[in-house]
Each structure stands twice: as C-alpha cells, then as structure tokens.
Write a protein that binds this ligand. Structure first.
Ligand code: GDP
Length: 357
C-alpha cells in the first residue's frame, strides 16, 4: 500500500531484500501488489496468495517476508494458505537487532521489544479461554497452556522494564558526572549501515584513546578521545535508524536515543555511495524531529566516498556548510573531521554560554 511521502515500493522492497540477507536469508524472488487497502484476512488479495504459493514451490522458498506489519490474524492465515513461515518487516528488524545487540541493556531492550511483539501473536487462535470463569480461579491447574505462556511473558516484560529503569537511573548518574566534568559529548547518528561503528573505531584510533576509568561502566559504544587541540570528548554510537522502524523498538530504544538528545554535537553519517542516500537522510531527520533534537548543531559526514566514482556528486554534497566527505574505511579526511568537531564544539559551547546567566 503506497502512502504519500513514503518510499516507493521498489526502493522499499530492495531494502527489505538487503535486510533479509543481513538476517541470514537468501532472497530468491519478490512480488508486490497495488491495492487501495490491505485485505483484512490476507493483507494481499486471494489471487496474489495463489501466485505466491505457486512461485514459492517453483523457487523452493521456505519463508515469505512482508514489507509491512501484518496483523496476527493475517500472519496466521497466510501461513496456513502458503504452508510456510510468514514474517513481517518489524519481526525481521527485531531479529537483526537481536543478533547484533552487544551491551546488556541493548539485549534487554531487544528482548522487551520482541516480547511485546509476540504477546498478541501467541497461541494461534486467540480464542482459547480458560474453562474456569474469568478472574478468581484462573491461576493454577485449570489454566490453559496459552494463559500460562501469556502470564510468563507479561511477568518477564515487567522484570525487564524494571531492570531497564534501574539501568537508566545509572546512566543518568553517569551523564550528570560527565556534564559536571564538562566533557563535551558527540553522538554519531545515521541510517543503518551508514558506517557509524566503523567511523567510531577509526576515530578512536585517529584520536588518542584516553585512560578511561571513570567511565568504565558506560555502554561499550561510548569512547573517550582526544582531539588534535588536546581537548577530550566523548563519542557515542547510537542505534541505526531505518524507515518503518517497529514501534515496539522505538519505545525500547528511547533510552539509547536520550544520548542524542543530550549530546552537544551530532555527527550525521550518510552512506554517500547508496542510491537512496537522500531518502535515508530524510528518515534520520524525521526521527530527530520526533525526539525534538533537530535544532542541535550537526556535522553532515558523507561516508564511503572511496566507493563513489563520480567526484562531481561528492563536490555537490559537501557544498552545504557543515558537511565533509570521508572514508571511514581508508581514513581519508578523518583528520579534517576531527578539526571540524573541535571547531563546532567551540562555537556550540560559546552559544550555550550566551544562554547561561
Ligand atoms: P553502521 O550500521 O552505521 O554502524 O555501519 P557499519 O560501521 O557496521 O558499516 C556497515 C558496512 O559498511 C560495513 O561492511 C563496513 O565495512 C562498511 N563501511 C563503513 N565505512 C565504509 C567506507 O568508508 N567505505 C567502504 N567502502 N565501506 C565502508
């Protein structure tokens, strides 16, 4: 279903194919359908279900991935009709985040998002009710397995939320200490796969890794580096932004995104070699606006320029003030980027001083 202002179908589908490969699948084919609204039972039309059923036998596919969120009923009906596993985009993205989460908090947040996604999809029919009346007496032997499962999931959700809340308090404490120590923070943001982690690692090498005891318990993706002028800053990697991010995940990652809201400076990393880089950049700004962080000072970093043959394109990109072209892989222009960070922080700090009494 195409909506105004959204990505066109073929762009979105080729991104879905990339996501599927990232998750470890091999893509053997794709189909799409234009409809005024999704079918309530199957999302797509019955004819299309038939078509996919034939195509999947021909191609030997054992999973079908939909680019939009399916209702639990649609997913079930499709699985029955096609006889294979049916997954939607949110589930695929959750799977990728689950594979990639490294920190304890990150893992908890992904688990939370997955539980919330799975809860309404549990147990197939959704009509299996306890044989004993509602309320009193529903716990214990009279309870169906489905209810036991649901209750376990809810209780796990509560436990995780509690633990995340504690971690958040801890993180706020650290942030307060950092702010008291006046170490400016720079957050790396960007569409998923733009090269944020690569850049973080490269900049850590380029800058001098400072002795880091006070912040030893920070998330491992925050590094303390020394700029050419001798000033120290904290560099924080954030989650990758992506279009149609599952809402369960947005809620779960709000904590991580707080780092963005609190940062003194943002580095917006763009994969300059990607044909859809402009749309990806817009998707990032959309999230920034939602966070209320779109007025922060930003350096736009066009990355992967080693993969761009047409130098005119790069020249056009860096014509905007506050932007720079780099290659996190080969290290081109990273020294200039560090100087730019230094200059931007100077003026950002000067601006803040003006606001102080
Ligand atoms: P993230 O999702 O934004 O953290 O992206 P990663 O840092 O994981 O990078 C995604 C992919 O792009 C990896 O395969 C990197 O090796 C590659 N990559 C990152 N920077 C560059 C670059 O400057 N040039 C090229 N050619 N590849 C890069």
């Amino acid at each position: 279903v195409e909506r105004q202002g959204e990505w066109d179908v073929s762009d979105s589908l080729s991104e879905l194919a990339q996501l599927a490969e990232t998750a470890g699948a091999e893509v053997v084919g794709s189909v799409w359908q234009k409809r005024s609204r999704p079918d309530a039972a199957y999302f797509i039309g019955r004819g299309k279900v038939q078509e996919i059923s034939l195509a999947r036998q021909e191609l030997g596919a054992n999973i079908v991935i939909f680019d939009d969120e399916l209702s639990p009923a649609q997913q079930r009906n499709l699985e029955q009709a096609l006889g294979i596993k049916v997954v939607d985009r949110p589930a695929l993205i959750l799977d990728i985040f689950a594979q990639r989460a490294r920190s304890h908090e990150g893992k908890l947040q992904v688990e939370l998002a997955q539980l919330k996604y799975n809860l309404p999809r549990l147990g197939g029919q959704g009509l299996v009710l306890s044989r004993l009346g509602g309320g009193i007496g529903t716990r214990g032997p009279g309870e169906t397995k489905l209810e036991v499962d649901r209750r376990r999931i809810r209780s796990r959700i509560n436990d995780i939320e509690q633990e995340i809340e504690n971690l958040k308090k801890h993180r706020n404490l650290h942030r307060e200490r950092r702010q008291a120590a006046r170490i400016p923070t720079t957050a790396l943001i960007g569409y998923t796969n733009a090269g944020k982690s690569t850049l973080l690692n490269k900049l850590t090498d380029a800058g001098v890794l400072a002795e880091d005891k006070l912040f030893a318990t920070l998330d491992p993706t925050t590094r303390r580096i020394k700029l050419p002028g001798g000033k120290e800053i904290l560099l924080t990697d954030t989650v990758g932004f992506i279009q149609k991010l599952p809402h369960q995940l947005i809620a779960a990652f709000r904590g991580t995104l707080e780092e963005v809201v609190q940062a003194d400076l943002l580095l917006h990393i763009i994969d300059a070699s990607h044909p859809q880089y402009e749309k990806q950049s817009q998707a990032v700004y959309q999230v920034l606006r939602e966070l209320g962080a779109d007025t922060k000072p930003v350096i736009t970093v066009y990355n992967k320029t080693d993969k761009v043959d047409n130098q005119h394109i790069i020249e056009r990109m860096v014509r905007e003030p506050g932007s720079i072209s780099v290659s996190a892989l080969t290290g081109v222009n990273l020294d200039k980027l560090l100087t730019m960070i230094e200059d931007s922080l100077k003026s950002a700090v000067a601006d803040t001083k003006l606001l102080l009494p």
